[in-house]
Ligand binder design. Structure first.
Ligand code: COI
Length: 368
């Protein structure tokens, strides 16, 4: 029998920010914010201890943290995070896109990192509580949204390598527009040279900061080579495409099928990835989750059997890919323009997210 007490938004005690932005300051801050650079007035917090479990749920002013220099997260990266978005609909309401998927994945990531999970109910309660006080930060312009970033991290001061016995949950929020500078445009992808994102049995499937830290140097190389993102190949054979630094990847074939790397434990199971697959299958399209070698992808681009490539993720939504680049090749996908199916899917997904199309899948959750 489940005896865990019910958690609701009301369990998050509110300590209001006395220095909250004025409506004028907020409007100015929300004008074309760079991704993840503008934060709202409050954040949600909860504290976990070995003896007491999760307690002290609260909404507090957004402020710097006070952390012991010996905190586990600073030394052994014991941390997991999520990314989800709240959308402003034309009727003024605020909706979340499939937050239950993020809650479940965060629990799975936490388990992999030896951290206590928060329940799906608690996760949703924290989001609702934060939005009830910072709801005016959900933008309504174009394809903007409020990006929500929950984090669970080990805060115990302990240099011994073992799971932290004190853990903090944080939820912060940022009004955002397009992830890539320059808006929605076809991006260029650099194939990582000799660096891998994740190995079998590692943490590739978990959304943990370490995976992203390891992607930064190859990502820098991508930028040094004029590309927007890096694509990682599998660590065992350095042969099969896996995912980009922070998003999943799909290939559209001339025969109408769509391929995406199968999840193997080294790839993050994106909520957007799953939604794209469902949208395509609902339209009667064949989606094949399989190993895709770089060689066959390149051959397909060269002979025209691969007609579109796109990246997807919460932050990136659906972003067309124009070029695949390495020191040895520079493949232009079709004419390099945004592919028709890519843009159709983008439209279908964002129409649901912004309430312009019926939510036939039951993906949107009203919060206020
Ligand atoms: C997301 O799409 O939410 C991500 O986590 C990608 C990146 C911003 C880390």
């Amino acid at each position: 029998m489940d005896v865990s007490p019910t958690v609701t938004a009301a369990d998050y005690a509110l300590i209001r920010n006395p220095d909250a932005a004025s409506p004028t300051q907020r409007t100015a801050a929300m004008e074309a914010p760079a991704f993840g650079m503008v934060f709202t007035d409050h954040m949600a917090r909860a504290t976990w201890t070995l003896d007491g479990g999760w307690a002290d749920r609260r909404i507090v002013p957004f402020e710097n943290l006070s952390l012991h220099p010996g905190a586990t997260v600073l030394h052994y990266s014991q941390q997991v995070f999520e990314g989800l978005k709240a959308y402003r609909w034309a009727d003024g309401s605020t909706r979340l896109f499939r937050p239950e998927g993020n809650a479940r994945r965060m629990a799975a990531s936490a388990a992999r990192l030896g951290l206590p999970a928060i329940t799906e109910e608690d996760f949703l309660a924290s989001v609702e509580a934060l939005l009830s006080v910072d709801g005016d930060w959900v933008p309504s312009e174009g394809e903007s949204s409020l990006y929500l970033r929950p984090v669970i991290m080990g805060t115990e001061a302990c240099l011994g390598v073992r799971p932290s016995q004190e853990v903090e949950y944080l939820l912060m929020a940022c009004p955002v527009g397009a992830y890539f500078s320059g808006g929605v445009r076809p991006v260029s992808i650099w194939v990582a040279q000799g660096f891998h994102r994740a190995g079998e049995g590692g943490t590739g499937q978990a959304k943990t900061g370490g995976n992203y830290a390891g992607s930064l140097m190859p990502q820098q190389q991508a930028q040094d080579n004029g590309c927007d993102q890096v694509l990682f190949l599998d660590a065992r054979k350095d042969k099969y495409i896996e995912e980009l630094g922070g998003m999943n990847v799909f290939a559209v074939r001339r025969d109408g099928t769509i391929w995406t790397p199968r999840v193997t434990g080294t790839i993050l199971e994106g909520v957007t990835r799953a939604s794209v697959i469902e949208l395509l299958r609902t339209e009667g399209r064949e989606v094949i989750e399989r190993d895709i070698s770089l060689e066959e992808l390149r051959a397909g681009i060269a002979d025209g059997s691969v007609v579109e490539l796109f990246a997807c993720g919460t932050a990136a939504v659906i972003t067309p890919i124009a070029r695949l680049v390495s020191p040895d090749f520079d493949e232009l996908v079709a004419d390099g323009g945004p592919g028709a199916l890519t843009m159709h899917l983008r439209g279908r997904l964002t129409d649901i997210q912004y309430g312009r199309a019926d939510d036939v899948h039951g993906w949107m959750r009203r919060v206020n």
